[in-house]
Design a protein around this ligand. Structure first.
Ligand SMILES: [Fe+2]
Ligand SMILES: [Fe+2]
Length: 240
């Protein structure tokens, strides 16, 4: 498990986050498919249901999110947050595009309708920016174990490069969202809510994609422990 609580980035203001996202935007991944081979049917059946799900989830246009972000930015007088969040959404859309390229290479169709994605969107819209970010960061923390496990599922260098890029980008995302949550009160009931949200999400994700996790060396105990560990770090950052 990565420990990101000591990172310099945790001291970033929104202005600095904006700078970071602009900088990171210049380091986009060029996926090399020159050595890519056909995957076995067994591997395809194991990995693509979850890849299609994540491809859909990473591809949101963030329209409702931006409305809540604008209200927050005006209230807290941090106009840079709006641009930082737009850049963040663009980065997530790149993630979706990487996965789409991988799916295209292997002739796998995108998912039009996703139950998990719909549940997440509904949950996020229950409140303002705080609710959006709380749900969003839960998914991003689960993504950390997912891309780690996925990268160990095949010998595909293309997929490994995608997973490495995801992990490189997602850890700062968790810090960025945790910083926003630090603008709100973090009382015990708030923390409990985050714990329950993570537990329920982890149960769903394990139920749906455990084969990918198992092939990537995770059992349920390790999976839950890592996710709760990331949540503990995020709660620590939001309490600052
Ligand atoms: Fe992402
Ligand atoms: Fe993310």
């Amino acid at each position: 498990m990565v420990d990101f609580t000591r990172s310099e980035m945790n001291r970033f203001s929104y202005k600095e986050w904006k700078k970071y996202f602009s900088y990171n935007d210049r380091q986009r991944l060029e996926i090399d498919f020159s050595q890519e081979e056909e995957l076995s049917q067994v591997v395809k059946k194991r990995i693509f249901p979850s890849i299609r799900e994540f491809q859909k989830g990473e591809g949101s246009d963030g329209r409702y999110l931006m409305e809540t972000v604008e209200a927050f930015a005006d209230r807290h007088k941090v106009p840079e947050y709006k641009e930082a969040m737009k850049q963040f959404i663009r980065e997530e859309n790149w993630h979706s595009a990487y996965l789409k390229k991988f799916m295209d290479f292997h002739r796998v169709q995108v998912k039009e309708n996703s139950f998990l994605d719909r549940v997440f969107r509904k949950l996020r819209r229950l409140g303002g920016v705080r609710c959006e970010v709380m749900v969003l960061v839960t998914a991003e923390m689960v993504a950390l174990t997912y891309y780690d496990a996925l990268s160990k599922n095949t010998d595909s260098a293309a997929l490994k490069s995608i997973c490495a890029q995801m992990l490189h980008d997602e850890i700062p995302h968790v810090m960025f969202q945790s910083y926003t949550l630090s603008h709100f009160e973090n009382s015990l009931p708030d923390k409990l809510m985050r714990i329950i949200l993570m537990e329920v999400t982890a149960l769903f994700v394990w139920g749906a994609f455990r084969k990918v996790y198992k092939a990537g060396g995770y059992d349920f105990g390790i999976f839950l422990k890592e996710n709760m560990g990331y949540l503990r770090q995020s709660i620590e950052l939001s309490g600052r």
